[in-house]
Design a binder for this molecule. Structure first.
Ligand code: NAD
Ligand code: 13P
Length: 365
């Protein structure tokens, strides 16, 4: 029988942590080729050499997930095309802004095996707004649907309360996969499920994708609350209202999806909680507020820091997704004339990009 061969496209902190889970399973389970390939963009570490060579020698990703031991059957490959050649199961896990360029390369005729399947662990959405087009023509797409269309293979969604480093350390957690066929649910369950990484399949692909994207916007609001020095009641209120806007948005624009994804599943409420306490979006949003003159004590004529600056200063090459998503969702809602339905999403954008006073976060909620 054919062996399933796994390829991982993306080797940031989440790509590396998920690759570890998949490679441990592939080495142990029947039906899988034990060699799992991961695409690692080449990068020179000063005084140490090339990232891929260090990765394959030390079995660690020094740049994005340091201190986590990786299995020896996980092999770093610097070429994107060579990573996926011959693969039957392809995990796509890159910061969403880089996906278009990656899909362009993967579209080469004959590169992806016929019968291959994909799974997206990207937290983001694609918004398409044509300049000058009439109001109401803005479109929004989930990444599994973009991947299916561009690569011509079925694509599942994976998302949950999964801070990469905690998963890398093997701490118990859960994740949700949004998948339509029972066969694919069983296949992806076999790739990722284990005693410390429990995988729950549900049928709501759009709900899993949208929740992962939108919770990053709410996590920025949670960081604003922390930056302003406010307490737990306030943060809980912001998370409740944020969760409601996340599910209302999803049901409004993806009518087949389910409110239970948000209330019952790891991809919903649990991911919102973990990101709003331990994630990068929260961390940078807190620092964004604390850099403002009224919160930092610097001279009033000095301006606060931008998110671009903070991403560079605080994340060591990792990428913020919530600020981009906040802009994309704001522009989509504005183009559709629906901003008034989503006051929290609107405020997060205006505080992040239009110098709105963060205390105004609570107006109209
Ligand atoms: P990351 O932010 O840790 O790392 C950045 C990645 O982007 C690296 O692999 C880097 O090589 C790549 N990159 C940088 N510049 C690039 C370019 N010009 N072209 C192509 N790639 C480039 O990445 P991550 O945390 O693994 O995030 C991937 C996705 O997973 C995101 O959508 C994120 O929201 C999601 N996610 C992350 C976590 C987490 O805890 N880190 C958890 C769940 C989901
Ligand atoms: P951050 O990108 O805010 O770190 O969130 C990670 C995440 O998606 C946890 O599930």
């Amino acid at each position: 029988a054919r062996l399933e061969k796994i390829a991982i496209v993306g080797s940031g902190s989440w790509g590396t942590a998920l690759a570890r889970v998949a490679a441990l399973n592939a080495a142990e389970r029947e039906g899988f080729d034990p060699e799992v390939r991961i695409w690692v963009r080449e990068h020179e570490i000063p005084g140490r050499g090339k990232l891929t060579e260090i990765f394959n020698r030390t079995h660690r990703n020094e740049r994005y997930l340091p201190d986590v031991d990786l299995p020896e059957n996980l092999v770093a490959v610097p070429s994107l095309k060579e990573t996926v050649r011959g693969a039957t199961l392809i995990l796509i896990v890159v910061p969403h802004q880089y996906l278009p360029g990656i899909l362009e390369e993967l579209k080469e005729p004959g590169l992806i095996s016929s019968g291959a399947r994909a799974i997206s662990a990207i937290k983001g959405v694609e918004v398409v707004i044509q300049k000058g087009a009439p109001q109401g023509t803005a479109r929004i797409y989930t990444y599994p649907s973009v991947i299916e269309k561009e690569l011509g293979i079925p694509c599942t969604a994976l998302g949950g309360a999964n801070i990469a480093l905690d998963v890398g350390r093997g701490e118990f957690c859960e994740t949700t996969i949004g998948v339509l066929s029972a066969k694919d649910a069983a296949l992806w369950h076999a790739v990722f499920d284990g005693p410390t990484f429990r995988v729950h399949p549900i049928e709501d692909v759009a709900g899993v994708s949208l929740s992962g994207a939108l919770k990053n916007v709410v996590a920025l609001a949670a960081g604003f609350v922390d930056g302003m020095g406010l307490g737990g009641n306030n943060k809980a209120a912001i998370l409740r209202i944020g969760l409601l806007e996340m599910s209302t948005f999803t049901l409004e624009f993806f009518p087949g999806s389910s409110p239970l994804t948000f209330s019952h599943h790891s991809a919903g409420v649990a991911d919102l909680i973990t990101t709003s306490f331990g994630g990068r979006n929260r961390k940078c949003a807190e620092a964004f507020i604390k850099s403002k003159p009224e919160y930092s004590g610097v001279k009033p004529e000095q301006r606060g820091k931008t998110f671009e600056q903070l991403e560079k200063e605080l994340l060591n090459g990792q990428k913020l997704q919530g600020t981009l998503t906040s802009r994309e969702v704001f522009e989509f809602l504005e183009a559709r004339g629906r901003l008034e339905g989503y006051p929290l999403f609107e405020k997060v954008y205006r505080i992040s990009f239009e110098e709105m006073d963060p205390k105004r976060l609570f107006e109209d909620l």
